[in-house]
Design a protein around this ligand. Sequence first.
Ligand SMILES: Nc1ncnc2c1ncn2[C@@H]1O[C@H](COP(=O)(O)OP(=O)(O)OP(=O)(O)O)[C@@H](O)[C@H]1O
Ligand SMILES: [Mg+2]
Length: 279
Amino acid sequence: MIVLSVCNHKGGTGKTTSVIHIASALGLSGRRVLVLDLDPQGFLSRTLDVDEPPPEESVLALFDPNLDPRRIQARELSGFDLIPSTSRLTKFMRSLNKPTDVLWVRETIEALKPNYDAIMFDTAAAVTVYSLNALVASQHVVIPVLPEYQGVVGAEQTFQTTSLVRDRLNPNLQTRSMLFTQVDARKRIHQTYQQYIRRKYGNYAMESVVRTSTSLAEAHDNGTTVFDHDPTTRGARDYANATDELLRRIEKGFDVPGPPETSGDATDVPEPSELKVSS
Ligand SMILES: Nc1ncnc2c1ncn2[C@@H]1O[C@H](COP(=O)(O)OP(=O)(O)OP(=O)(O)O)[C@@H](O)[C@H]1O
Ligand SMILES: [Mg+2]
């Protein structure tokens, strides 16, 4: 059983695209996969042309004690099931203000686990009670990193959040994987920031990268996945490779304290702002 969050506090780093395509790749390998869209803006649900469901069939049922998560009818999509988001999450967030409100999802997904081999969370680009719930419930985290200044700062903040969550709330957080997305080999800045992250975070950075791919953007526009759209394209190959590597990392469970250069604490690397070069 794999429980995995995709998280980066910075927007537009490829979280939703990564959730959709890692979930699809896992589904293609025969696993039963459930995706939970915990972004109140519901871009994942909208990207896949899934209408906003009534609240009791949305992820709200995981947080509202008046709703029963066992009664949610997940939508069957190509390769995975989805419990969509609802715009009501935003308003409901105001009632989730107790420290224990970060534990809802960990408890409520227990009822869903028997039907699936993997459960994945898409999260919003912010530290909210919903993204914290995802991290507290997960054994694994993927941090998609856009190798540009803001994307890298967001990824580093997210990495710190995952350390806090692991130390204080979720000792079961076993692996963290930084996945470079939207990589353009022609941009020097992308190479510079990839080197920076690899040097500072060592094995936390995945070897596979997801390059910029018009097929991913087109699939996005057509409400489908790149595996359905055209499985021979660069986007499909990159996400298939990234998913294979992710499964190997999950099997190894390598997130153990290492030397500074692999623990995110290296001191001899410059700050991201010092790396700014023209692209
Ligand atoms: N590898 C890629 N190649 C080309 N376009 C991409 C790639 N990855 C993502 N995109 C595009 O970049 C945009 C942002 O991606 P996505 O929605 O996955 O990011 P996000 O981190 O979920 O954003 P948000 O923080 O707003 O939820 C989308 O239009 C998507 O189609
Ligand atoms: Mg998103």
